[in-house]
Design a protein around this ligand. Structure first.
Ligand code: ZN
Length: 180
């Protein structure tokens, strides 16, 4: 019996994406949603390929992040969130005319690329991969968070869906006096 090339490549892409997610310490439920692999296969994959690195790669249990307030908790997180959102947007992770908002292999690969680029740009970043997945999902849904631009300099920002006043980036809030 021969497995078709297509099926083989798709299966391989699933496993590779799952490993990449595992290396970023993603939770099982996140990996399941993005790769379509069963929990059992994800656990086996972790044990066979990454089990020896257990100390370096802890598995996180429990729920994935779900509080959008996390991204505005501090000035530092607001800044990191804006940078991460820019990279997500540039690499096409956020749904546009072409891309879908749902998890999937292609979008998952782009999400990993975006997170890896973000960590290269900001090695001391606080935002975890799970939070990056949550940010991409929330911005994709657009019900709680959205992209906006600073009313002074046009810089990209992440804001709550319906901000009460016009938004300004931290830099402009600190240096430009409010308009009368
Ligand atoms: Zn600004």
């Amino acid at each position: 019996m021969r497995i078709s090339d297509d099926r083989y490549h798709r299966e391989r892409a699933r496993m590779e994406l799952a490993l990449r997610f595992l290396r970023h310490e993603a939770r099982t439920q996140t990996i399941r949603a993005w790769t379509g692999l069963s929990d059992d296969r994800i656990r086996k994959l972790y044990r066979s390929y990454l089990g020896h690195a257990r100390r370096q790669l802890p598995r996180h249990r429990g729920k994935s992040p779900h509080q959008v307030a996390y991204f505005t908790r501090s000035l530092r997180l607001q800044e990191e969130t804006a940078l991460l959102a820019s990279v997500l947007s540039l690499l096409g992770v956020l749904p546009g005319a072409e891309a879908a908002a749902t998890p999937g292999l292609t979008r998952g690969e782009l999400l990993c690329q975006a997170f890896e680029a973000y960590r290269l740009l900001l090695p001391s970043a606080q935002i975890s991969f799970e939070h990056a997945v949550f940010l991409a999902t929330a911005l994709g849904r657009g019900d709680q968070l959205r992209l906006a631009s600073c009313s002074e300099c046009g810089g990209l920002l992440v804001t709550e869906r319906f901000p009460l006043r016009s938004v300004r980036c931290q830099h402009c809030s600190a240096t430009v006096p409010p308009r009368a």
